[in-house]
Design a protein around this ligand. Structure first.
Ligand code: ZN
Length: 123
């Protein structure tokens, strides 16, 4: 139920303790209070998702396992396997590390599901 606070409508939500502790630490590093930090975080996240659906509305995640993410490409009407190998994303269809599929995966939060086996990005 929204209430008015400081001239804005707000709602109360429950945040899991493990997430709260991380958020609290990051907020303090940025010298923001937790409410400001969480709202900035959510706004940037939502805007990023909206941006991605504007620039690549034809791509979405189908599944992931191990070092692979499979994308659904409805423009080409195919599933595309992309593998994380030696610090790079390799597209199975385009045989490159620099196509729309690899670029898309670098931008999405699901990238955190990839098993990296300790391989870092090459500098
Ligand atoms: Zn590709």
């Amino acid at each position: 139920m929204p209430v008015k606070r400081g001239g804005r409508s707000v709602v109360t939500v429950e945040i899991f303790l493990e997430n709260y502790e991380k958020i609290k630490q990051r907020a303090s590093q940025k010298r923001l209070n937790i409410k400001e930090y969480v709202n900035d975080f959510l706004q940037v996240y939502l805007e990023k998702e909206e941006f991605l659906s504007r620039v690549a509305p034809f791509l979405s995640v189908d599944s992931y396992e191990g070092n692979r993410i499979t994308l659904k490409d409805i423009k080409k009407k195919i599933l595309v396997d992309v593998f994380y190998v030696n610090g790079e994303l390799q597209c199975d269809i385009d045989q490159t590390n620099n196509c729309i599929h690899t670029k898309f995966i670098w931008m999405i939060p699901e990238i955190s599901k990839i098993k990296t086996n300790g391989n870092r990005i090459k500098e």
